[in-house]
Design a binder for this molecule. Structure first.
Ligand code: NAD
Ligand code: MG
Length: 313
């Protein structure tokens, strides 16, 4: 049984200093960053990112679009998942976050921000490769939140390897296990509990459509996620549940300096987009809010691309 830490601590806001450095919160995340070369052990911590990423701590304004909804977000401690958690909370949702136990410092920081929004937060740490944890996570979330309306399948593993000859079976299996096998298991369990009007949102990637050759296993899982999103959407629609995906481009998160990219590529990360910069996690949040909200009642099996401009389908 995963521990259900209902969390209480206030005022732990972290300024998105490195990303903007200006103090003008509304501008945070819209400037080009050139991160210094850096490396963290996987899965990486937002706390250690230089510059810090912007999750909307100071900028995201809710408009009651998810009032009363209950959401589970995997990988909700950091990066895109953390920005989605903040946005969902400020839109009035109750939120449960799943993440690896080693990410507790990031989860605690985000939980502090969420509680400032005056909503319930539940922390459900565990490893999605652990079958006991994986198979009980949806039930744990239902127990914590008193039901479930939204599942955000966002946890992901990305390790850059230059050549297929150096890509181990172990890595290929681990990447598929976290990125797509866990998504099957969590979605299957969610279909048993989501009500009519419920929603599943899968995080795919630009890599599903335009793969980098040093991310061969990761890109293949993202292709699988995009395909799975459509077949699941078709099945779930018969129950009145909407399934969609978000496909981020290059976003500044702990995934990248924890072997997600070659270290020497970090200073120019995202500079090849049409906007010429990496995105910040906060810039992903509105897409997830839209897909989760009742405003998207006729949006099914779709992918929202948030990538600063890159070749896409
Ligand atoms: P992130 O490191 O902040 O989030 C990934 C999360 O996955 C981690 O926080 C961790 O909690 C979770 N995770 C990894 N392995 C796990 C395991 N074994 N068990 C449980 N949880 C595990 O980075 P992010 O960039 O915000 O990634 C979120 C999603 O966005 C991922 O699916 C990633 O593939 C996708 N994505 C990211 C980018 C980008 O440029 N950052 C681009 C496209 C897609
Ligand atoms: Mg993390």
């Amino acid at each position: 049984m995963a521990e259900n830490n209902s969390h209480h601590s206030a005022g732990q806001e972290t300024a998105p200093d490195g990303a903007s450095g200006t103090g003008q919160q509304e501008r945070a995340g819209k400037e080009r960053i050139s991160p210094p070369e850096q490396r963290q052990p996987e899965p990486g911590l937002d706390q250690e990112l230089r510059p810090k990423a912007d999750h909307g701590e100071h900028s995201y304004k809710g408009r009651d679009r998810l009032t009363g909804k209950r959401a589970l977000i995997t990988g909700g401690d950091s990066g895109i998942g953390a920005a989605v958690a903040i946005a969902f909370a400020r839109e009035g949702a109750k939120v449960a976050l799943a993440y690896l136990p080693s990410e507790q410092p990031d989860a605690d920081a985000i939980a502090g921000v969420l509680e400032d929004a005056g909503v319930e937060v539940h922390l459900l740490p565990g490893d999605l490769r652990d079958r006991n944890y994986r198979d009980s996570l949806i039930d744990e979330a239902v127990a914590a939140l008193d039901g479930l309306d939204i599942l955000v399948n966002n946890a992901g593993k990305q390790i850059s390897v230059e050549s297929l000859e150096d890509l181990s079976d172990e890595q290929i299996e681990a990447t598929f296990d976290v990125n797509i096998f866990a998504m099957f298991a969590l979605s299957r369990a969610a279909l048993r509990v989501l009500p009519e009007g419920g929603s599943i949102i899968n995080t795919t990637s630009i890599q599903a459509f335009d793969p980098s050759d040093h991310l061969m296993d990761y890109a293949a899982t993202k292709g699988a996620i995009s395909n799975f999103t459509k077949s699941l959407a078709s099945q779930a629609a018969k129950k009145g549940i909407r399934v969609n995906a978000v496909a981020p481009g290059p976003i500044w998160t702990p995934l990248q300096p924890s072997d997600g990219q070659p270290i020497e590529a970090l200073p120019k990360f995202g500079h090849d987009t049409w906007l010429g910069r990496a995105g910040q996690p906060v810039e992903l949040a509105p897409a997830y809010v839209f897909l989760a909200s009742d405003e998207a009642s006729y949006v099914v099996g779709s992918t929202v691309h948030v990538n600063g401009g890159k070749n896409q389908p």
